[in-house]
Write a protein that binds this ligand. Structure first.
Ligand code: FPP
Length: 262
């Protein structure tokens, strides 16, 4: 077990001792309220195994289940998963079609258990371009879980941060044009409340898998003060222990928000 921890903890990320983290250990410190994940590396995971890329996405779906259960165990309030970006339409049609079928497949397999676990499903993205079957699956999940009060599982589906900021600013510009507000009165809160993440806290912790060190148009406004955690692991290999390691590292960080430590 110790060997496993050592292999995925990057230099400098490793805690004082390679502890085998338990829920109880983590609950002694502050748990991030909102964890957001850029689930990357499905394609490379598949290629490494000589499989078609879509098999990587299918395995990625299983990692979604593991991450959800682990987030729920820790009492995390919101788990946002970047499932499809506004730029992912550039991929071959076969891959896009597969990715658009995943929510349906995932929910057919897991929705009953998620309902039972008091998980509330939410979606953050532009529905206009999504196929009807994808929208229908998401709508059903949102409807069936709307009264749940536990973990919010927020799928970023056809999501793009620049687009959401642009839309927010456009809406405010219309209000200015209509004489409802003056340009000088525009506040950060007014922009924020018009983003697709409206009503959710900003992510405290942002995780990206696969060794890429970038944000890829994901929650650019909301992650202004998020703690970032990167791992070389490909998303289909991500499991409970990796979420726990990211949370443990989060607990060792000092958040200053531009101020000074107390
Ligand atoms: C990035 O890896 C991953 C995606 C674009 C899709 C992520 C989707 C899933 C993990 C499944 C989502 C599940 C649900 C339930 C909605 P990549 O394909 O870009 O990998 P690569 O960089 O190695 O090619």
């Amino acid at each position: 077990m110790i060997k496993l921890f050592q292999s995925w903890w990057k230099k400098g990320d490793r805690p004082a001792s390679s502890e085998n983290l338990s829920v109880a250990d983590l609950l002694e410190n502050n748990i991030p309220e909102h964890v957001a994940i850029i689930m990357d590396g499905n394609g490379r995971w598949a290629r490494k195994r000589g499989m078609p890329r879509n098999m990587g996405h299918r395995s990625g779906m299983k990692a979604v289940k593991r991450a959800t259960i682990a987030a729920d165990e820790l009492g995390i309030s919101v788990l946002t998963l970047y499932a499809f970006s506004t730029e992912n339409w550039k991929r071959p049609k076969e891959e896009v079609d597969y990715l658009m079928a995943i929510p349906q497949e995932f929910l057919a397999l897991e929705l009953d258990e998620l309902v039972q676990k008091n998980v509330r499903i939410r979606m953050m993205g532009y529905t206009k371009e999504l196929p009807d079957h994808t929208i229908a699956a998401m709508k059903e999940a949102i409807e069936r879980t709307k009264n749940n009060t536990g973990l919010i599982l927020n799928f970023a589906l056809n999501y793009g941060s620049r687009r959401e900021i642009t839309e927010s600013v456009k809406e405010l510009a219309h209000s200015v044009q209509a004489g409802e507000i003056s340009a000088e009165d525009i506040t950060e809160e007014m922009i924020q409340s018009r983003l697709l993440s409206s009503g959710l806290p900003d992510p405290d912790l942002l995780i990206r898998t696969s060794g890429e060190l970038r944000l890829s148009n994901f929650m650019l406004w909301q992650t202004a003060y998020s703690e970032l955690w990167f791992t070389d692991l490909y998303w289909p290999d991500f499991g409970r222990e990796h979420l726990f390691a990211a949370v443990a590292e989060f607990q060792r960080r000092t958040r200053r928000y531009g101020g000074l430590s107390k």
